[in-house]
Design a protein around this ligand. Structure first.
Ligand code: NDP
Length: 330
């Protein structure tokens, strides 16, 4: 069936400027790490992508290794792009990354120019694209000189294979070193992608200040702690959850009783705010305007529908923030 997007898709979404760039991103972005691979159900994730675009989500985040198997999320996304979104490519910000293991041997991992350039070429082929909007170095490489990695990112932009550059999982000192090199090369960094949620707050130590100072965007990943910061695990581990599935990276010890106790208390606050816990967890990130967009995952369209309602209330009273901090510290 031909897909016809919702004509009102831009009316309910909020768009936030990414640092001091020309780009605005939808307040929620959709990540394809899980649920879009070769092991997943095509019609289900196709529906999720339609729903996302129909709701005004413009940003879709991939990486070379997303699947499983690695590469399959890009292939599947490429198929749906071709089939349904051909006429809407210019309405989308599509990102991919390289930095984790992708192929055997010394050139399929980390941060060499050899790896980054060939990996992006492979990603473009898999997605059937001429360029991506954002290309990330996925994680810092302790062995390759930062100069080489940044020069590779600069080259990729000059070749027209990516419009913008992003960095992910870089801690502040190395991030600032990378920025200085990129600035000298003349290719600014558009955005940083850190792991950031109520359960993972290292970005608050200095990264967010650095991003503000340098006017660079921020796109927190795993904002729901992979599903833990939702009402999903309140009463055990459901069969259809990421924790129960064999293909993820989660083991049962991820949902410790200590964490579940905290989740239950956080859920009470969410109920008082007339939000689901997922909505509150996303709103809690968006309350900070240094955060450009929150990068959620979804195993079905209905989860995304729930998460999108976070935008109805991203305001927190001081006492709510204090209560949340107390629960998280406890
Ligand atoms: P989340 O923390 O948003 O977790 C998503 C999972 O939470 C879903 O798969 C689903 O779990 C559950 N969920 C989502 N919404 C709801 C809801 N409203 N109610 C109940 N459960 C819900 O994010 P991810 O960990 O998936 O990460 C998001 C994206 O971030 C990735 O797709 C990727 O693009 C990026 N990322 C980047 C990394 C990096 O190193 N740069 C690393 C990891 C992720 P279930 O499947 O159990 O239904």
């Amino acid at each position: 069936m031909t897909y016809i997007p919702n004509q009102n898709r831009y009316q309910s979404m909020q768009y936030r400027r990414c640092g001091n760039s020309g780009i605005k991103l939808s307040a929620l972005s959709l990540g394809l790490w899980h649920n879009f691979g070769g092991v997943d159900v095509f019609e289900n994730y196709r529906k999720t992508l339609h729903f996302a675009f129909d709701s005004g989500i413009t940003h879709f985040d991939l990486a070379n290794n997303y699947g499983p198997p690695p590469g399959s999320a890009e292939e599947n996304f490429g198929k749906i792009l071709y089939q349904d979104f051909k006429n809407y490519r210019d309405e989308m910000i599509i990102s991919t990354k390289a930095g984790y293991t992708m192929w055997d041997g010394p050139y399929g991992d980390w941060g060499s120019k050899k790896y980054l350039v060939s990996s992006l070429d492979q990603s473009l082929k898999r997605m059937n694209l001429d360029y991506v909007d954002i290309f990330y170095h996925h994680r810092p490489d302790p062995e390759t000189p930062l100069e080489e990695t940044m020069a590779a990112l600069d080259l990729i932009v000059r070749q027209g294979k990516a419009l913008y550059i992003g960095l992910s999982n870089y801690e502040t000192p190395e991030f600032e070193d990378a920025l200085a090199i990129l600035k000298r090369l003349g290719t600014p960094c558009l955005i940083h992608q850190p792991k950031y949620s109520m359960f993972e707050r290292w970005s608050e130590e200095s990264l967010l200040d650095s991003l503000e100072k340098h006017q660079i965007g921020c796109i927190p990943f795993s904002p729901l702690a992979q599903g833990l910061l939702t009402n999903k695990y309140l009463h055990g581990i459901p069969e259809d959850s990421r924790l129960a599935r064999p293909t993820g990276f989660l083991t049962e010890d991820y949902a410790t009783s200590d964490k579940i106790e905290k989740v239950k208390k956080l859920n009470e606050i969410a109920i008082n705010r007339e939000q689901t816990l997922a909505q509150m967890a996303i709103a809690w990130l968006l309350k900070d305007d240094r955060v450009t967009t929150v990068l959620v995952g979804a195993s079905k369209a209905s989860q995304l529908a729930d998460s999108l309602k976070s935008l109805d209330n991203i305001y927190f009273e001081e006492y709510e923030l204090k209560e949340i901090d107390e629960i998280l510290k406890g």
